[in-house]
Design a protein around this ligand. Structure first.
Ligand code: SF4
Length: 360
């Protein structure tokens, strides 16, 4: 049996679900929060919530890197595009709403907005078109930051710069714990991010917040096992950091990738769509590379944008406060074909995932 199939084995899944039922507290409502679009996809696609006792809820935190890009940063990209700068971005970003229009709308108005698969693609494009000013809209969590950092260090051509919109996951988890009426009982931390940052940045959660924290992979059994580990800690009144995803995540993470990040970026406060500014949650190029910072190069910095359109509940979906189905626009005015909020745009957005996995 391949590793992938092993982690999708329905017989094993049933056995783990049984163990979950045996260890779960019987009366209290338990809320386990994950912070990863891919975790949400696996949970929804494989119907993992249906295997859990009724009092155990798994909620989706701010784990979709596209959904949390604030409107002001989309506005910066739109602004540049409408001024004649070529914007290179990931496909998911195109339809994310800005305060007034998206990058796709800007493209429809004649702006040069092009989809790339990586920062490297964008740099190549700039080299092929030396007469064009090109900006790569760099979004994503710790997982994608190293690929931006590599291109920064290689010193791209003069007609190239970065609009940095990278964000960091542990500060967002800390923010979640400050939301008074959410009452999270345990975290499932994202496997991809953890392959880069390792386990150490999560130590604060059990040590300071007494929060069971489990790093988990992305197959259905990874997530079921992580839920079991979290519930076991809760039932034993423990709060420790555990690694379910040992086949990919080590204590130190990816040392080379972390060194690249530290060589190119410093940590700053950053706005998250619908959540406001979170301390130490974003990255900015260090002064040595400031010539590649599009905000400095073009003198753009938009501080405020309209993150949430009337009726949209993305600010509540992003923190797991409500389910997508509790938004009155879900699958009525807001659909994957015609998204209104950012959570319906990306394949990692909770609303879009729920829309795609709803029973017919
Ligand atoms: S259904 Fe649409 S409008 Fe409602 S929260 Fe989700 S993305 Fe926002």
């Amino acid at each position: 049996m391949t590793e992938e199939r092993r982690f999708r084995d329905p017989v094993l899944a049933d056995r783990i679900a049984e163990k979950i039922r045996s260890v779960a507290p019987k009366n209290d409502i338990i809320k386990i929060c994950h912070v990863c679009g891919t975790h949400e996809w696996t949970i929804s696609h494989y119907g993992i919530r249906s295997l859990l006792p009724k009092n155990v809820e798994v909620i989706a935190g701010p784990g979709c890197p596209v959904c949390i890009v604030p409107a002001a940063e989309i506005d910066e990209a739109v602004n540049l595009a409408l001024k004649g700068v070529t914007i290179a971005c990931f496909g998911d970003v195109l339809r994310v709403p800005g305060s007034e229009i998206s990058l796709l709308d800007a493209k429809a108005r004649g702006a040069d907005v092009t989809v790339v698969y990586s920062a490297m693609d964008a740099v190549r494009m700039a080299k092929r078109n030396p007469g064009k000013d090109l900006v790569f809209f760099a979004i994503g969590f710790e997982t994608t930051v190293p690929s931006t950092a590599v291109e920064v260090i290689k010193k791209p051509p003069k007609n190239f710069s970065f609009l940095i919109s990278h964000r960091l996951i542990p500060p967002a988890m800390e923010f979640m714990l400050g939301i008074g009426d959410l009452h999270i009982d345990a975290f499932i931390a994202p496997g991809h991010v953890s392959t880069i940052i390792g386990l150490e940045p999560y130590e604060i959660f059990p040590k300071v917040y007494r929060m069971p924290t489990i790093i988990a992979g992305f197959e259905p059994l990874d997530i079921l096992i992580a839920i079991y580990m979290a519930l076991k800690q809760i039932s034993e009144r423990k709060a420790i950091l555990e690694n379910e995803y040992k086949r990919a995540v080590t204590w130190n993470g990816n040392i080379k990738a972390k060194a690249l990040i530290n060589r190119t970026f410093r940590v700053v406060n950053g706005a998250w769509r619908g959540l406001g500014r979170l301390p130490d949650s974003a990255l900015k190029l260090i002064d040595d590379f400031i010539e590649y910072d599009a905000r400095e190069k073009y003198g753009i910095k938009i501080e405020r944008g309209r993150d949430i359109l009337p009726g949209c509940q993305c600010h509540l979906v992003i923190i797991g406060k409500i389910k997508p189905t509790e938004c009155p626009l879900f699958m009525k005015a807001c659909t994957p074909q015609k998204p209104i909020g950012s959570c319906m745009v990306s394949s990692e957005g909770t609303c879009r995932i729920w829309a795609r996995n709803m029973p017919l």
